[in-house]
Every structure is written in C-alpha cells, then in structure tokens.
Design a protein around this ligand. Structure first.
Ligand code: NAD
Ligand code: MG
Length: 381
C-alpha cells in the first residue's frame, strides 16, 4: 500500500484527487488531508478514506473539525503550524493542491521526504522554482507536474529531453477570447470566473480569463524543462483537446490529447511510472469537430509579455510577478479595480526596482512577496 497525503483536498484539484484515490481503497493508505473553511467536506473525505489526520488551515475551526471527526479515531488539527507538520509526515506520494503562495513552504517541506511530489501548486515553481528543484534533488524527491499542460509536456518529452527544440503551450483563451478591449475593461468577477472548458477553482479561473494563468505556466515551463525563453511558445487552442506539444530537433512534434478533465494529469502523477485505467471520457475523433489554433492577442492579454519579461529578469522576479498578480486579483475580486487594471498593476510592480538575491532562501522569497504586495496596493492607488 502506498502512503499518500493530499494538501488542499477540498479544492477543485483536491476533490478530483480524492475521487481517484477513493476508487482504489486497497492500493492507498491516506496519511494527511488538508483544507480551509470547508471542514464538513474535509471530515467527510477523511472518514471515507480513513485518513490518519485532517488539518484545516483555519485555527478557529479546530473544535468544529474535532466534533465532525468524533469517534472516528482520526486526528484533527488546525492552523499553519499544523499544516507544516502534516507536510513533514512521511508519505510515498504527496499532492500539493493548495492555491497561492501559501503552497510554497508546504512544497519545500514535502520535497524533503525523498518521495514523489505531485505538484498542482504552480505558485511554488513561479516563486521558488530554483529552490524547490534544489530541494527535490538534494532529497531524491521526484517532482511530477500536475498542471495539465506540464503533465502533457512531461509525457511528450519522455526520455528525450536533450533533443527538445520548442515547447508549445496551448491556451484555451478563456471566456474573453473574442471580447473587445472595452468589454474586458468592464468585465466583472462573475464573467471572468466562467471558464468555457475547465471546471476549476475561482482564482485560477479568473487567471485564465486574463491569461495570467498561461503567463504563470510559461514561467513554470521555464523552471521545469530546462529550455530558453525563446523555446517557449503559446498558442490559443479554444477546444482544449491538445494539452500542449513538444517539438524536437528533427522537426517532429509530439502532442498530448484528451478531454479537458484534471483527473487525467492527476491520475498520471498518481500512477506514475505505471498507467492505470482512469474514469475519463474517451475522445471520439469522428464527432470531435475542428481543432483550431491562433496566436494570442498580446494587446488584450498583456500577461503573456509580462511573463516573457519576468523570465528574462530572472532572480526573484517570479515571486514579484506572482505576488503582484495575487494582490491585484484580490483587489479585482473586491471590485476595487477593473479587470485590465490587474495587468497594469503587475507591470508597474515588475518595473519598480527589483530585489537582488543570488541564493534564494524561503525567508528572502517571503520578504520579496510581501514587498511586492505592498507595491501592488500602492500601484492600485
Ligand atoms: P481551489 O481554490 O479550488 O482549492 C484550493 C485548496 O487549497 C482548498 O482545499 C483550500 O481549502 C486550500 N487552501 C486555500 N488557501 C489555503 C491556505 N492559505 N493554506 C492552506 N490551504 C489553503 O484551487 P484549485 O483550483 O484546486 O487549484 C489548486 C492549485 O492547483 C492552484 O495552484 C492552481 O493554480 C493549480 N491548478 C489547478 C487546476 C484546476 O483545474 N483547478 C489546474 C491546474 C493547476
Ligand atoms: Mg494549466
């Protein structure tokens, strides 16, 4: 039996992960499950999978969680310290599906186990990619990307990583693909969250509408696959059937196809290095219709150019980029700024004097994150 833990089990990726683990109760022993305010779902998952411990990030909910788990023998814990402690519990496979910068420290602790880290939390790679890679290498931990594009790229590359010429990241284009600039200026959080193809958490859905999600994924690609910025291309593919492609030095291109269902990349990471049956719809090419492609409109989606700039800047620019973006998204959700103001704020913060740090350590990244958030608020005026 493999010991597994799921951080962020109550979120969109987390629920899909639990769904797959629950189908094979004889194969997995669940160590830790963690969530936020939705403790009834957390407790239900912990009971169904007989987890050792359930942790909520919210310390005020400890008593309620204890009550929900009463008589089950499952340990209840709460707060940041309890989360970090749970990440240090030995497990063979750890899913990191917490959203946002809060995931970085958990990833770094999980990476010290010498096991397999299934990483959905792309912020870990954008903010602390080099540090996380070093930590994985030092402890013999295998990092498997769970973002659908990066899982696709990982599968396309296989063992031929020396022969990669280009990586082609596909993007759905989100709900505003065909909107005018004026419509995007006026866009509300409700409109932005309505993704046409993927059912995801609120924050990544809005990031998809602004293409900040694709921007994050460009940086993630740069960190994960040892390519230069000019080898990373973004192409809009509204059907979300091709999850990304890799071009090799002989001109051949490998593509990964499948229905837009996160259980595909999650299942790939869960079953790696094997493949197991997954409960996914099978593609029927006779009824699939057209697969179309176009270049992203960099005027309406400035996030793409901002990601290129971030990669060129190097150092801790990724942490600055992510913090400004997370802060701008909070302001947009609070209706204090407009949809396109998010990119303006990130641009301003990115173009302000940058911190210099040769050997990034967590404390430095946390300080850089906090400073960039303050600057983002100032930039919002
Ligand atoms: P979500 O909002 O649906 O779920 C987030 C989970 O993290 C929840 O369990 C929540 O309780 C927990 N959480 C939130 N803040 C926390 C904190 N400060 N400390 C501890 N736990 C906290 O998010 P999601 O859509 O599942 O995305 C999770 C991660 O996976 C993100 O980094 C996202 O970019 C990435 N991702 C998601 C998808 C998708 O299809 N949803 C696809 C690719 C990548
Ligand atoms: Mg993705």
């Amino acid at each position: 039996m493999r010991k597994v833990s799921v951080f962020g089990s109550t979120g969109s990726v987390g629920v899909n992960t639990i769904n797959l683990i629950a189908r094979r109760p004889d194969d997995f022993h669940v160590v830790a499950l963690t969530g936020g305010h939705n403790i009834s779902l957390l407790a239900q998952q912990a009971r169904a999978l007989r987890a050792e411990i359930a942790v909520t990030a919210n310390p005020d909910l400890l008593d309620d969680l204890r009550e929900l788990l009463a008589g089950s023998g499952i340990e209840a814990a709460a707060g940041r310290g309890a989360l970090l402690e749970a990440a240090a519990r030995p497990a063979d496979w750890i899913m990191l599906a917490v959203v946002g910068f809060a995931g970085l420290e958990l990833s770094l602790i999980a990476a010290q186990q010498g096991s397999t880290l299934a990483l959905a939390n792309k912020e870990s790679l954008v903010c602390g990619g080099a540090l996380l890679q070093q930590t994985c290498t030092r402890h013999g931990t295998r990092l498997l990307p769970v973002d659908s594009e990066h899982s696709a790229i990982y599968q396309c590359i296989g063992t031929q990583d020396k022969e990669v010429e280009r990586i082609i990241l596909t993007a759905s284009g989100g709900p505003f693909l065909n909107s005018t600039h004026a419509e995007m200026e006026r866009a509300t959080p409700e409109q932005a969250v309505a993704h046409p193809n993927w059912d995801m958490g609120q924050r990544i859905s809005i990031d998809s509408a602004s293409m900040f999600n694709k921007a994050m994924e460009m940086i993630e690609t740069f960190v994960l696959f040892d390519v230069t910025p000019s080898q990373i291309e973004v192409i809009v593919h509204p059907q979300s059937i091709i999850h990304s492609m890799v071009g090799f030095t002989d001109g051949a291109i490998m593509a990964h196809l499948g229905p837009p269902d996160m259980r595909a990349p999650i299942g790939f990471a869960l079953n790696w290095p094997d493949r197991h049956d997954l409960p996914l719809e099978r593609l029927d090419f006779g009824t699939l219709g057209d697969l179309t492609f176009r270049h992203p409109d960099k005027t309406r989606f400035p996030a793409i150019a901002l990601a290129e700039q971030t990669i060129e800047m190097g150092g801790l620019a990724g942490a600055v980029f992510n913090a400004a973006k997370e802060q701008a998204l909070d302001l947009f959700l609070a209706r204090k700024i407009g949809f396109l103001d998010m990119a303006r704020i990130v641009e301003t913060v990115l173009n302000s004097p940058q911190p210099t740090a040769d050997a990034p350590v967590l404390e430095t990244i946390i300080a850089v994150d906090a400073e960039a958030r303050t600057r983002a608020i100032a930039a919002a005026g």
